[in-house]
Write a protein that binds this ligand. Structure first.
Ligand code: ATP
Ligand code: MG
Length: 263
């Protein structure tokens, strides 16, 4: 059996990030993400959810603290070694970025960047597109895709090379309800394959059952970790999302209604 430490994909200790040197966007955050674990970060706009994902994707440097990926302390690495580690991570950004070429080349890009065998490329591309439900779109010019399709191509590009860690920043925001549910299903099936997933999501209704843990980020507070049930506390949400107490009964109704799938 492998050592428990081999199963930790990301280890974060006392991580803080400040952009202006005066106040911390993220303050003293610690957590581990294990192989196949799925975590979702919730919190008000501006709480630092994207910042957290960008730090883990090694696009930003923390102001203090430690961030280990696969046992390596990333804060000690030079740019070349950080780039090498980044190639084992996949991040889908809040705003999808696709190249002005067809869907096939967009998906193949991640494989080419990693010098994967050209012989296997067509198979890897079509398998990844099938996983996200976009088979037969290979020849389509990527800029003509709908927002939801573009987002799924961005995910296929990552799945084609097989990351150890998938970072999804608001993966459901451009999707209709059917595609949202498919996305949640996709997250479940990817985690069963052993990919660790860290997502951010605004819609709490989609979190149910798809994530092993929910983290609540709220400015001026420590990050809370728990189940969705732990987070659905009106007082806690009121404080975190800073909405007026007059909405309390409305939220209580929605939390009660959630049990009947109304939220
Ligand atoms: N490069 C930057 N320079 C300066 N400030 C930044 C930078 N990036 C983010 N910030 C600030 O850091 C804070 C956290 O931003 P972040 O994008 O992480 O929030 P978020 O929780 O993802 O919000 P949303 O839910 O709206 O996506 C915000 O106040 C933002 O303006
Ligand atoms: Mg964000």
């Amino acid at each position: 059996m492998s050592d428990q430490r081999d199963q930790i994909v990301v280890r974060v200790r006392k991580l803080s990030k400040s952009y202006d040197g005066l106040s911390n966007v993220l303050d003293n955050i610690s957590f581990d993400v294990g192989k196949g674990e799925t975590f979702v970060v919730i919190g008000p706009s501006g709480a630092g959810k994207t910042t957290l994902l960008r730090l883990i994707d090694l696009l930003e440097y923390p102001t203090s603290g430690r961030l280990n990926f696969s046992g390596q302390d990333t804060t000690q690495l030079d740019n070349y070694d950080r780039l090498k580690l980044r190639r084992r991570i996949g991040m889908v950004f809040q705003t999808t970025i696709l190249f002005s070429t067809n869907v096939y080349s967009n998906v193949a890009y991640g494989l080419r960047l990693r010098d994967r065998s050209e012989d296997d490329e067509p198979k890897s591309v079509s398998r990844a597109l099938k996983t996200v439900g976009l088979q037969n779109l290979e020849e389509r010019y990527a800029k003509t895709l709908s927002g939801g399709e573009a987002q799924r191509v961005a995910i296929a590009r990552i799945l084609a090379y097989g990351p150890e860690l998938l970072l999804l920043d608001e993966p459901t925001q451009h999707l209709d309800i059917g595609r949202q549910l498919e996305m949640v299903d996709l997250i479940r099936s990817l985690s069963r394959r052993g990919i660790a997933i860290l997502a951010t999501m605004h819609d709490l209704t989609l979190i149910d059952g798809a994530f092993s843990s929910v983290w609540l980020l709220s400015p001026g507070d420590t990050m809370r970790k728990g189940t969705l049930e732990d987070m659905l506390q009106p007082e806690l949400l009121e404080r975190a999302f800073k909405y007026p107490p007059r909405y309390r009964s409305m939220l209580e109704d929605r939390i009660r209604g959630r049990k009947e799938r109304v939220l």
